[in-house]
Ligand binder design. Structure first.
Ligand SMILES: NC(=O)c1ccc[n+]([C@@H]2O[C@H](COP(=O)([O-])OP(=O)(O)OC[C@H]3O[C@@H](n4cnc5c(N)ncnc54)[C@H](OP(=O)(O)O)[C@@H]3O)[C@@H](O)[C@H]2O)c1
Length: 254
């Protein structure tokens, strides 16, 4: 199947590692030019080099902390200028609050929710001009299921993101813009949060594996495939959806 990504333009937040990096690499392998951000210069350079060395579309990385409104808007404007527009916006970075303290609530609300709002505002004109515009937020199954952790802003911010995505889809559908949320379950990749948990507590990691019908955690590449399909022109009729990609871990029917 042709995903229709050749010569398209994508902006990805948090593209220097993990799910964001795999998604950027997959989009570029399909001929899409990408611009992404992260905070850590060495990771940005490694990701840029890796994607550009593979051929296909080009990648450019920007250093930006999405906790800051100014940095978020500056990233969006620089990415739009570099790509000369955008067709695909993927908001993947997270503040990952697990503490539930004031700082955690504010950080995660800024990064997961408000950065998404600011990016959409900056990109709206270019998305309206696109022939196949899509906005994809990376959520979490914590937006629909309680995983036993103390209350924090993580699931709440991801839940707010789902409401916002539906509002965008309903309001801007007339402009040809789709909006969806893809929620990963537990995803393992080298150096990621689940890799650290696996090393720190193999019994805990094994217990989590047992909660997943497929008997293992997902991979960043498996998430990237789902995100890429939904964001691509091949996913044109997928709109205003929340899509779980969790291997069946959350044993619920929507
Ligand atoms: N992995 C999982 O099991 C899992 C499960 C459910 C949902 N998710 C969701 O999937 C998405 C990606 O997760 P992941 O595991 O791939 O995350 P990750 O390995 O922590 O990577 C996150 C990416 O975002 C960047 N980032 C983080 N904070 C940022 C900030 N304030 N400003 C700019 N960039 C920032 C990181 O680079 P820097 O740190 O250098 O900035 C990195 O490129 C997140 O939205 C997460 O909530 C993941």
């Amino acid at each position: 199947m042709d995903l229709g990504l050749n010569k398209m333009k994508a902006i990805i937040t948090g593209g220097s590692r993990g799910i964001g990096l795999h998604t950027g690499a997959l989009l570029a392998s399909e001929g899409c030019d990408i611009a992404f951000c992260g905070r850590t210069p060495s990771d940005i350079k490694n990701a840029t080099d890796q994607i550009n060395a593979a051929g296909g579309g080009t990648a450019i990385g920007f250093q930006a902390d999405l906790e800051s409104e100014d940095a978020t808007r500056e990233f969006a404007r620089s990415a739009l200028a570099e790509l000369n527009g955008v067709d695909i916006l993927i908001h993947n970075a997270s503040g990952f609050d697990m503490t539930g303290d004031e700082e955690g609530w504010m950080r995660t609300f800024q990064v997961d929710m408000m950065a998404g709002v600011r990016l959409v505002e900056e990109c709206l004109g270019a998305l309206k001009a696109s022939e196949a515009a899509s906005i994809t937020f990376i959520g979490s199954m914590a937006s629909k299921f309680h995983f036993g952790r103390p209350p924090s802003s993580y699931g709440a911010a991801k839940g707010a993101m789902r409401v916002y995505a539906n509002d965008l889809a309903q309001h801007y559908g007339k402009d040809g813009i789709r909006a969806n949320v893809i929620s990963p379950g537990a995803v393992w990749f080298e150096g990621g949060a689940w890799d650290k948990r696996k090393k720190e507590s193999p019994p805990f990691y094994a217990a989590v594996e047992k909660t997943i019908p497929l008997g293992r955690l997902g991979t960043a590449d498996e998430l990237a495939r789902a995100i890429t399909f939904v964001a691509s022109p091949a996913g044109l009729w997928i709109n205003a959806e929340h899509i779980a990609v969790d291997g069946g871990q959350v044993a619920a029917v929507d």
